[in-house]
Design a protein around this ligand. Structure first.
Ligand code: NAD
Ligand code: MG
Length: 374
């Protein structure tokens, strides 16, 4: 029996992790759950999984807690994440909140010696050196949940002592892959939220349409697998069946395949090094017929070029890339700026804030704040 604390349990990843817990009640006991503001969903989850602690980071009144949930300690505000990450006993902490808010949760969990299952890529994008340092010192390597990084991790398990020469990071290409640039520039939130293969939270779905998600994932891979960006190649693969792979020096490639269903990588992180049933079947290759690959179009989707430039620049550039994008995506979803403006704003923030340092958490928060303002 393993105990698990879930930061961001009401989101897309959080709910699917709870599905795995529901499937294997003999293996997992939930000790803490947190959400930002989705009270009713959180209360429902507490009722079902009976954690000892639950948190709402946007605060709440004790009078709002339903009477039948008095067995659970509720924590409000920023303290909620700390309590769930580091105070409540747990073998594993799944960090599945969205945005840079995940960084503190990851640092707290590692500081308390917890095994971190990492869905929140922003923690590595913004604080990659701090997070990987702490994980190394704690002797608790991060277990990736992001499907591509889980795929690479699985390939590396199979590779044994042989190093990867290169990573092949696959991308669906999103809903605008075949659109002309002018139509992409004017795309609406409803169009950006219609992902062809994956069902995910709003922020990452918009990032998939702009390919900023793949830019963030190059950064995530750089820290998880300690390879420079020029050894991380992006392949557009619209079927989302090959989840990523590695290339060896002898020309051989190992890749991990499966249906586009996050329960597989979530389940693997939860059960590693074993494999458990996830409720997902293997792909039906006869029904699929063919798998296709394309080179990414960096003219239509400037995110990859900007991400690589930010990685090469170092310092706080990746934090600026992330913060400016988070703010621009929020503005786009509020219909304040057109889709095409997202990359332009990120590029402007990178230009104006060149040279900022990110040696400490304080410097990272500050770079994030300045980037959002631009
Ligand atoms: P989501 O929007 O569906 O859920 C986010 C969760 O975090 C919710 O429980 C929400 O209440 C909570 N939350 C949001 N903002 C918060 C804040 N500022 N402080 C504390 N809690 C907050 O997001 P998601 O799609 O589940 O994605 C979660 C993370 O996993 C992201 O970093 C995303 O990039 C990554 N990821 C998601 C998928 C996917 O399939 N959804 C795949 C790969 C990686
Ligand atoms: Mg991914």
């Amino acid at each position: 029996m393993k105990t698990i604390s879930i930061l961001g349990s009401t989101g897309s990843i959080g709910k699917q992790a709870l599905e795995i817990c529901r499937l294997h009640p003999d293996r997992y006991r939930v000790t803490a759950l947190t959400a930002r503001a989705s009270r009713e969903t959180l209360f429902e989850q507490v009722r079902e999984f009976r954690p000892e602690m639950a948190g709402l980071t946007e605060g709440f009144e004790a009078s709002e807690i339903p009477a039948d949930l008095s067995f659970c300690r509720f924590v409000g505000g920023r303290e909620a994440l700390r309590a769930a990450a580091a105070e409540v006993p747990a073998d594993m902490v799944l960090v599945s909140i969205v945005g840079i808010a995940g960084l503190a949760g990851v640092m707290d969990a590692l500081g308390a010696g917890r095994q971190v299952l990492l869905a929140n890529k922003e923690a590595l994008v913004t604080g990659g050196h701090l997070v990987t340092d702490l994980a190394r010192k704690a002797g608790k390597p991060l277990l990736p949940v992001d499907s591509e990084h889980s795929a690479i991790f699985q390939c590396l398990q199979a590779a044994g002592p042989n190093p990867a020469e290169r990573i092949l990071l696959t991308a669906s290409g999103g809903p605008f892959r075949t659109w002309d640039p002018e139509r992409i520039r004017r795309a609406t939130p409803a169009e950006a939220l219609r992902h062809p293969n994956w069902s995910m939270g709003a922020k990452i779905t918009v990032d998939s349409a702009s390919m900023f998600n793949k830019g963030l994932e190059i950064m995530e891979a750089r820290w998880l697998f300690d390879l420079p960006e020029d050894r991380i190649q992006v392949l557009v693969h619209p079927e989302s069946i090959v989840h990523s792979g590695i290339v060896f020096r002898d020309g051989a490639v190992l890749a991990q395949l499966g249906q586009p269903d996050m329960r597989v990588p979530i389940g693997y992180a939860m059960s590693y090094p074993e494999r458990l049933e996830t409720g997902v079947a293997a792909p039906d290759f006869f029904a699929l017929g063919r798998l296709t690959f394309e080179e990414p179009d960096e003219k239509k989707f400037p995110a990859l070029r900007l991400a690589r430039a930010a990685l090469r620049a170092g310092g706080a550039a990746c934090t600026v890339f992330n913060g400016a994008n988070e703010a621009a995506v929020a503005a786009f979803l509020r219909e304040e700026i057109p889709f095409g403006e997202i990359a332009l704003r990120v590029e402007r923030a990178l230009d104006r804030l060149a040279g900022l340092r990110a040696d400490s958490l304080e410097e990272i928060w500050e770079a994030d704040r300045l980037a959002r303002r631009i």
